[in-house]
Design a protein around this ligand. Structure first.
Ligand code: IPM
Ligand code: MG
Length: 356
């Protein structure tokens, strides 16, 4: 197959980790006789520095016209004081919206080899963690009306969290369909004891659940979910939730796996176009040092093959190569354990590529 991939390395460690994922993709292309053509586009702070905007119109067009997009990370302290309209994150939200990437899949899987790297006790994570957060990505408070105004001599800021039935319905459907392919358990996370958006969310999910009688469906409040994820994470399989709850819970869930550096994600549209990125940020403190963990990005590339290109054999191949490198005791600094071999970012990429 011939596929066009737009690369958005971004800021901080972004270029390093995307470089390692490309190494792995190239090896896959060679082995399975595919052709991947890459176009690199600046996004985030590096684009602000060059063009004064976090992504140019041409850059956005190159994302839209690609078969899929692979992103590193955006942002850093250098651009923290940029006006909100041109902040690095604005480009990321813009791409999500423009490409219609409403469904964000964030798998949280603990590699058993890393059980002792998790800050949680082995008695909590030892039984294995394999859950999937389905996060709504183009609605809610991230995209609602906002303003800062002066009222009675002080500033008042407002962010609105709107959700319409069709937005809830389409993410709900992705979640139910995903649950059908896994262990058929779905928990919908909301704050229906307080928020109207959550009450509509719950009502809509219940309607949908009637279409999926095989799925064991439960409602759970977001605060309780935050607690249960730490107390008894293995009770969960698929979790579905709105944009901001999903942002927060997915960072929390990542810690179950030992390091946020391990977690991939897929942002999907109603077609095959998707954007794939690790869930961690740009880690400016270690940028350029070749010590970042590229596994989250490499596993994101695997998700790209699986979801956008329908190449599940190729994706399996990447996942088992990463697994086998970990089994042999190779670790980047963030997941380093006693008795293991510490490797650089580029060495981790080489090791995984070599095993394909
Ligand atoms: C994420 C990130 C983004 C988000 C930021 C960078 C805008 O935290 O993908 O989880 O909040 O969605
Ligand atoms: Mg986040």
């Amino acid at each position: 197959m011939n596929k066009k991939i737009t690369l958005l390395p971004g800021d901080g460690i972004g270029p390093e980790i995307v470089g390692e994922a490309v190494k792995v993709l190239d090896r896959i292309a060679e082995k399975f006789l595919h052709k991947f053509e890459y176009t690199t586009v600046d996004i985030g702070g590096c684009s602000i520095d060059k063009y004064g905007v976090p992504i140019t119109d041409e850059g956005m067009a190159l994302c839209k016209s690609a078969d899929s997009v692979l992103l590193g990370a955006v942002g850093g302290p250098k651009w923290d004081n940029c006006p909100p309209s041109i902040r690095p994150e604005k480009a990321l939200l813009g791409v999500r919206k423009e490409l219609g990437l409403f469904a964000n899949l964030r798998p949280t899987k603990l590699f058993p080899q890393l059980a002792s790297a998790s800050p949680l006790k082995e008695s909590v994570v030892g039984g294995g963690i394999d859950l999937l957060i389905v996060r709504e990505l183009t609605g809610g408070v991230y995209f609602g009306p906002r303003r800062t105004e002066e009222v009675n001599g002080e500033l008042v800021a407002t962010d609105v969290m709107p959700y319409s039935e069709h937005e809830i319905m389409r993410i709900g459907r992705v979640a139910f369909e995903t649950a059908m392919k896994r262990s058929r358990r779905l928990a919908s996370v909301d704050k229906a004891n307080v928020l109207d958006t959550s009450r509509l969310w719950r009502k809509t999910m219940h309607r949908l659940s009637e279409e999926y009688p095989e799925v064991e469906y439960t409602d759970i409040l977001v605060d309780n979910t935050a607690m249960q994820l730490i107390k008894n994470p293995s009770q969960f399989d698929v979790l579905v939730t709105e944009n901001m709850f999903g942002d927060i819970l997915s960072d929390e869930a990542s810690m179950l796996t030992g390091s946020i550096g391990m977690m991939p994600s897929a942002s999907l549209s109603s077609g095959t176009l998707g954007m794939y990125e690790p869930i961690h940020g740009s880690a400016p403190d270690i940028a350029g040092m070749n010590i970042a963990n590229p596994i989250g990005t490499i596993l994101s590339a695997a998700m790209m093959l699986r979801y956008s290109f329908g190449m599940s054999r190729e994706a399996d191949c990447i996942e088992s190569a990463a697994d086998s490198v970990l089994s042999d005791g190779y670790r980047t600094g963030d997941i380093m354990q006693e008795g293991c071999k510490k490797v650089l970012c580029s060495e981790m990429g080489d090791l995984i590529a070599a095993r394909l």
